[in-house]
Design a binder for this molecule. Structure first.
Ligand code: ST9
Ligand code: ZN
Ligand code: ZN
Length: 333
């Protein structure tokens, strides 16, 4: 339990905390007008990366060998799991626990995704939940689609993020030797995992270095980045709010399909400790749940947290927008 008088950690809220403060944003959604400090290095690098990504997509569909295409898809799924099952559900939210082999596997997958070290990713994400849609939220969606999608990575962070950052406890992740190792050696591990090996490996079955680089490294990386960013942009904008109509995050099935089950964002912001990040966890739209369930059957994942139907039903009836299939009708009547 947090010390008395202190805000509980909203990214690991449990059912006891739920009625107390889960639906009470600390600050109402807001974005102060300010002059953005553009980081031109990032603008140029992301522009070049995206041009390369489009070219890589062209090679993927027209010239790459079938085995290279398959390898790119495998890299997408593995690096995606490094974000969803790893950085997000395991580390940022602690929605389940993982034994050492799984933590090592997910750290490897996460490094392929190059979205910065897990410790840095989780710090920003905990801020995103705790100060959702205010200036202390790194990708504050009230600043618009572009800002929450990629713009926030092109400018200096709002001073509020640095000012309020100290309220986020990261000691749990900083005490994990696997995560400390990843952060310490990130500048060696990341280029190897994200670019060099994905370029080299396809040459073993006869692919050209050129195709391998643009398809398996650049296109695959740009694709995974953009689908991840959709959770910050589209899933904070277009869709239903069956669990809490007072917040901006929404349920979006099309996004969920490409982000391995992370598009049920109204549910996730309402019940952030659920390892499924969704109510029903349909397998076809929640590959990450399937992965975590499999890891649980072999004993590598345990203490999976979820939410009881009773709690969900009460919440839907109290704060939902009426779009919930089972209990929404009662709100409309
Ligand atoms: C990328 C990340 O793309 C994407 C994250 C997406 C999250 C999505 C979440 C959605 C849910 C999950 C769905 C997953 C779906 C996945 C599907 C997959 C198929 N707290 O950052 P700096 C302080 S990364 C506390 O440099 P600047 C701190 O003192 C792409 N304090 O700020 C820090 O120093 P240190 C690749 C904080 O200078 C200092 O400020 N990476 C916090 O304003 C400076 O921090 C890139 O392109 C905080 N949260 O620069 C790099 N934050 O770290 C892009 C900061 O030493 N980033 N402080 O403690 C940058 O270049 C810079 O960060 C910047 C800001 C220019 C954006
Ligand atoms: Zn989250
Ligand atoms: Zn969100």
């Amino acid at each position: 339990m947090p010390p008395q008088g202190q805000q509980s950690e909203s990214w690991v809220l449990n059912e006891t905390d739920l009625n107390k403060d889960a639906d009470t944003p600390i600050v109402p959604p807001s974005a102060e007008k300010r002059k953005l400090q553009i980081v031109w290095r990032n603008v140029i690098l992301f522009a070049l990366l995206h041009i390369g990504g489009v070219y890589g997509a062209y090679l993927f569909f027209t010239q790459a060998m079938w085995s290279t295409r398959l390898f790119a898809v495998v890299l997408y799924l593995c690096s995606g799991l490094g974000i969803t099952a790893g950085a997000h559900r395991l580390w940022a939210h602690k929605s389940y626990k993982a034994k050492l082999p799984l933590r090592m596997l997910l750290t490897l997958f996460n490094t392929i995704a190059f979205q910065d070290s897990v410790i840095d990713w989780a710090r920003d994400h905990r801020m995103h939940h705790k100060y959702s849609e205010t200036d202390a939220d790194p990708h504050n969606a009230t600043r618009g689609f572009f800002f929450s999608h990629v713009g926030w990575l092109l400018v200096r962070k709002h001073p509020e993020i640095k000012a309020k950052g100290h309220t986020i406890d990261m000691s749990d992740l900083k005490s994990d030797p696997v995560l400390r190792f990843q952060k310490k050696h990130y500048l060696v591990l990341m280029p190897l995992a994200c670019f060099i090996l994905p370029t080299y490996i396809p040459t073993l079955w006869g692919e050209t270095l050129w195709n391998a680089y643009f398809v398996c490294a650049i296109f695959r990386y740009v694709y995974v980045l953009n689908v991840t960013w959709l959770v910050n942009s589209a899933a904070h904008k277009w869709g239903d709010k069956p669990y809490d109509k007072n917040i901006n995050p929404v349920e979006t099935k099309p996004v969920s399909l490409v982000v391995l089950g992370e598009g049920f964002h109204n549910y996730h912001h309402t019940f952030p400790w659920d390892y499924k990040t969704a109510e029903l966890g349909h397998y076809q739209l929640n590959f990450s749940k399937l992965f975590i369930d499999f890891m649980a059957t072999i004993g590598w994942a345990y203490d999976l947290k979820t939410v009881s139907t009773d709690v969900i039903e009460k919440r839907v009836k109290r704060t939902g927008d009426g779009s919930h299939k089972e209990w929404g009708q009662e709100i409309k009547e």
